[in-house]
Ligand binder design. Sequence first.
Ligand code: HEM
Length: 257
Amino acid sequence: MGLRPLEEAQWFEVDERRSEELELKRTLLETHRDVVVATTDAGNAPSEELLAATLENLANFHPNLARDCRTGEHSIVQASLLVQEDLCVLVRDDQWRLAAACVCFPSRWSLAEKIGTSLDAIHAPVPGYEEDLASPTHAFFDRLSPERSFWRLNWTLLDDLALHQPFRRDTPLGSRAEWYFRVERQTLRKLPETGAIVFTIRTYVTSLEEMKRRDPYFVNSLLVSLESAPPATTAYKGWLGVADTLRDALDEESRNV
Ligand code: HEM
């Protein structure tokens, strides 16, 4: 599952893109509200607790940030407009279910399809999830305590820089110059009063060219990961042909040295 312990001070990451990303969230909330927000009754009280926890965290660790809550909005939307992260709340009945969410920057999945559904149903399209991840993920959710939070990373390659990508597309990527390395930093934290679990997703997008500039070995490492991915994962992620294209480019570069 790739989970690591999370310090409270690191729950939210703030950088120079904050104003731009919060502005984009505000625009999406006005133009595509049904796509980016979904709530259920079971998610209302946890969303209020999440908003209070968010305000407390910002006051403690980012005291200089503007905290312009929109009154009259659902609490999960208010909380989401304070941070660059997307926010989800999961509540346990017979299973852990997605009970409320404000996700402005999805990586090719639809919030409307997932709201109210269980962890297993959410992950149904993910190759290998049922066999390898479902059982440890359930156990982890049941054991998670408010005292210890966790984070994990997920990454992919996309041929589109946009943060807001609600449409599934598992066709191969376009041309290499347009490839972007997209990383999701995800955190999991249990709320003490309602017992709900907050799942945050922070999305970073960097062009492959820029990643190469920052680290000359990046493309080689990427190639190792792409070539060792099972075929079903390659198809799910839309990476068909990507490893070959990268390998050809590396071979050509080494011939030109
Ligand atoms: C320990 C917890 C979790 C693990 C180990 C996990 C693992 C994964 C993995 C491996 C993928 C495939 C993504 C890829 O490789 O690009 C995935 C996709 C996804 N996960 Fe999770 N996940 C976890 C928690 C959650 C939670 C709490 C949510 C709640 C919203 C969630 C929502 C999703 C969604 C929406 C997708 C995309 C599914 C699709 O393609 O339709 N995950 N997850």
